[in-house]
Design a protein around this ligand. Structure first.
Ligand SMILES: Nc1ncnc2c1ncn2[C@@H]1O[C@H](CCC(=O)c2cccc(C(=O)O)c2)[C@@H](O)[C@H]1O
Ligand SMILES: [Zn+2]
Length: 353
């Protein structure tokens, strides 16, 4: 641990630095970002729901025994989103929470199939997220982009439908940049989704599947070779395969690392066993993300603090991590330059006595 982190003053300083650091987030789920404040509002609209609204009860409810339990609880929150106005409220309020953390740009993973299959009109769904995106940019200064993901466990019908929602010219939202794959990995082999990723890529979307979160490095290879992944969601088990690490580093395939999520879902036992250090040592482009922050009792700022501890980083190291996310993002080149400069300006002002 650095001297700076080992003193109380140093920790506070580093936390203050992180809180003001302009950031980009690449791996964060729409429903998984519903804070207790948002959950309470939605639950008040739909009082028959099982989800507790009291923050203490909610913290208990969001304690998971394993990944399957996490998905079960996650789906109970999905059940709270029943109308286009719920979709708009969730999206807009998530952006408000991001702005409070100085997040300037976020690629938010949305599972549209979960909402349309529950009866929300697809056109109204797209209008709701787009309306929230525009309002969030104008009012909070947060630029949002969408990743539509296939809920893998729901099978090929869900894949087909997600592809249609993502590529039909009459539906495809302006903010959509990428195509993903989420949910459990065990028993859900990645290669079966190849035709859907091929078509999404042909339609101009970028490939960003989850892989290696709950299964081994072969799933990450499948994501690369079959789904032509440009970034990997989690990729935690890549650390078990030195050839894979070298491949990721050489091809600048970024990992979307979500440390607290990995502990909360029991994908990794303890923070000290988290492979993030192996990734950076191998020269892999590491980005820091929060995944489903309120469900895991975290936020993006806390994930940067965790990374600082695990990687022994000072302010410049943290600024470099923030710039990794900009580099690995699907922002246009001018947007990347602007945000990178904003991070550099912030760090130099902080470090200038
Ligand atoms: N850490 C994570 N790692 C992986 N995924 C994560 C993570 N966090 C959140 N997700 C989300 O969970 C969804 C899964 C939902 C799902 O499989 C499913 C199955 C059957 C029915 C339904 C339904 O809606 O009725 C949904 C994924 O699409 C993804 O966006
Ligand atoms: Zn995720």
């Amino acid at each position: 641990m650095t001297d700076q982190l080992s003193t109380r003053e140093g920790v506070r300083d580093l936390h203050t630095f992180i809180a003001g650091l302009p950031k980009a987030e690449l791996h964060v789920h729409h429903v998984g970002s519903a804070s207790p404040r948002i959950v309470s509002t939605l639950a008040a609209r739909h009082p028959d729901s099982q989800v507790p609204t009291d923050p203490e009860a909610l913290a208990d409810y969001f304690t998971f025994t394993d990944f399957a339990h996490f998905i079960q609880v996650y789906l109970s929150v999905v059940d709270l989103i029943r109308t286009p106005e719920d979709v708009r409220l969730l999206t807009y309020e998530v952006a408000r929470d991001m702005a409070r953390q100085q997040v300037r740009y976020a690629e938010l993973t949305i599972t549209p199939w979960s909402s349309t299959r529950r009866g929300i009109d697809e056109r109204a769904f797209m209008d709701a997220i787009e309306d929230a995106r525009k309002a969030a940019e104008a009012e909070f200064g947060v630029v949002l982009r969408w990743c539509f993901d296939i809920p893998g466990e729901a099978g090929l019908e869900a894949a087909e439908e997600t592809l249609r929602l993502a590529t039909d010219d009459r539906l495809r939202p302006e903010g959509l940049v990428s195509f993903g794959l989420g949910g459990p990995e065990i028993g859900v082999p990645r290669p079966q989704f190849k035709p859907y990723f091929d078509q999404a890529i042909a339609a101009g979307l970028r490939s960003v599947p989850h892989a290696g979160e709950t299964t081994g490095p072969e799933t990450v290879w499948d994501a690369l070779n079959e789904l032509r992944a440009e970034r990997i969601g989690h990729g935690t088990s890549s650390a078990q395969d030195p050839k894979l690490l070298a491949h990721l580093a050489e091809h600048r395939i970024a990992l979307e690392v979500c440390p607290t999520s990995n502990i909360a879902t029991r994908a990794v036992r303890t923070f000290d066993e988290h492979p993030i250090k192996e990734f950076t040592r191998a020269g892999v482009l590491v980005t820091i993300n929060s995944d489903d922050p309120p469900m895991f009792g975290t936020d993006l700022n806390n994930e940067y603090a965790v990374a600082a501890r695990l990687l022994d980083l000072d302010e410049l190291g943290l600024a470099a991590l923030a710039k990794n996310a900009v580099q690995a993002s699907f922002l246009d080149p001018a947007g990347k330059t602007r945000l990178t400069e904003e991070i550099d300006t912030y760090a130099s002002a902080w470090l200038t006595p």
